[in-house]
Every structure is written in C-alpha cells, then in structure tokens.
Write a new protein. Structure first.
Ligand code: HEM
Length: 243
C-alpha cells in the first residue's frame, strides 16, 4: 500500500516537474523581448554575455552587488544544495560513479550548510520589518519545505537511520518499472513526501527563477544597439508591410 502510494506519487511528481518546466521554458523562450534593455555596464559581445550569465549562475554577481547578507545566505544555500543533490546520486545509480563516492563526506557538511543558509534567509523575512511586510505566505512555505527536507535528511543521517539499501532498490525499481518495497520509516516518509511536494509546486512557484535567469533580457542581451538595430519580430512584420 505504502509502496504503491509513494511509487505513484513519484511518477506524478516527475511528470509534473518535467512537463511543467518544459512548458515554462517554452513560454519564456517565446515571450517577445521588444526592447534593448541590458543592465549596463553590459558586455558588447555574445561571449561576454555568456561569461556574464556564467558569473550570475556560479557567483550570483548582481545579488552580491545588491545585498551582501542575502548574497551570503543565498549563495551558501544554493552551493550546498548542489553538493547535497550530487551526493544523492548514489541512490539512483548502480554502480555508483567514482566521483560521487569521493564527494560523500562533503555532502554531509553541505547538508548543515544548506539548512544554515535557509535559516539565515528565513530570519531575514521574519526580522527585517520591510522584508516581513512584502513576504507572501508562499515565500515562507518554500523556505519551510526546504528546511523540512534538509532537517529530515540530517535526522536520518544522525538520529533515525533508514534502510538505505532498500530505499535504493525502491528508486531503481521505480526507474526500471520493477517495483520494490518502500522502507516504512516515518522520517524517510516525511523527507520524500516533502521532496515530491517540492517537485510538484516547482513549475508554479518562485523557484522558477532558476531557469528564468537565462531568459532575463537585462542579463542575456548584448550591449550593441549602435552597431545592430534591435527589431522585435512583430515590428519586423510591420516594417516589411510598409516597404
Ligand atoms: C527522491 C529524492 C531523495 C531521496 C531518495 C533522498 C534520500 C535521502 C536519504 C536516504 C538521506 C539520509 C542519508 C544517510 O543516512 O546517509 C538523505 C539525506 C539528506 N537529504 Fe535527501 N533525498 C532525496 C531528495 C532530497 C532533496 C531534493 C534535497 C534537498 C532539497 C535533500 C536533502 C537532504 C539533506 C540536506 C540530507 C542530509 C545530508 C546528507 O545525508 O546528504 N534530499 N536523503
């Protein structure tokens, strides 16, 4: 019963996440950007733009310029999240890749760093009056879900251990459509329930800033309006009609 429930939940969550994200990216990619509006100083070549976007993704450059505290907590959370997710690859691959084995110890520290970063971001929403005023329930909900996932993960690691071997067979079974029983440990059920919830809300949530960054005209445009005339597609049609 539990196995069927969680297996169905993860198939549903994966379908919503993949389908929803594909739809959003398609929407972003086909949204007109009629104006030339890169935030200056901006790169004047395409390579420069690639480098600028790379710095945004890896270092959160513009956030650093805007606010050092949010940058610190936000960067620590995201960097730690990447390491935690890479560490998790061991549950989905057989045999486990060598480099995934090597990063296992770092993954555990990253778990603590991830939760610390999230708590810093949450404290800001609760303690800074201006930020508290503009914080919507969904802002708190996202933080709560992520803290819940991190805290239940650390609990499993240090307090209420689960059967990792059985859990891995369950996930490998899901991927090969050869279902295996799900370990019935309460903390694991919370961890995975929250993960599935996060996957389902992702395409409808503020977490879309991740793919959205690449489609932001202020960041992805080349500063060359003097060299090349910028024409939106609809304007191109109008011009063609006029001549
Ligand atoms: C289906 C996906 C997932 C599975 C099967 C899973 C499973 C697990 C398991 C079994 C542990 C305990 C590790 C141990 O005892 O050594 C754990 C820990 C943890 N999980 Fe997950 N998890 C999943 C997704 C996630 C996601 C999406 C996040 C972050 C948003 C996350 C964050 C953590 C953290 C921070 C820890 C504690 C540190 C560590 O052991 O790596 N998990 N997870």
């Amino acid at each position: 019963m539990l196995t069927v429930a969680y297996a169905s939940l993860f198939y549903l969550a994966t379908a919503v996440l993949v389908g929803g994200l594909a739809f959003r990216v398609w929407e972003y990619a086909t949204t007109p950007a009629p104006l030339k509006i890169p935030t200056t100083p901006a790169p004047t070549t395409r390579d420069g733009v690639a480098l600028r976007l790379g710095r945004e993704v890896v270092l959160f450059e513009s956030l650093f310029k805007a606010n050092k505290w949010i940058w610190l907590f936000g960067w620590v959370f995201h960097a730690a999240l990447v390491v935690v997710l890479l560490r998790h690859l061991r549950y989905f691959t057989q045999p486990v890749w060598e480099w995934v084995v090597l990063i296992q110890p770092f993954g555990v520290y990253a778990g603590f760093a991830m939760v610390a970063g999230l708590l810093g971001l949450w404290a800001r929403r609760l303690l800074v009056p201006r930020i508290r005023y503009i914080s919507a329930p969904s802002d708190h909900l996202m933080l709560a879900v992520l803290v819940g996932i991190g805290a239940s993960g650390l609990l499993m690691k240090y307090v209420a251990r689960t059967d990792i071997v059985a859990l891995k067979s369950f996930f490998l079974g899901l991927m090969t459509v050869n279902w295996q029983p799900m370990p019935p440990d309460p903390v694991l059920l919370v961890h995975l329930g929250l993960v599935a919830a996060l996957m389902i809300v992702f395409p409808f949530s503020k977490l879309l800033h991740a793919p959205g960054l690449f489609f932001s005209p202020t960041r992805n445009q080349v500063d060359n309006p003097r060299e090349r005339r910028h024409l939106a597609n609809w304007a191109r049609g109008l011009e063609a009609g006029r001549s």
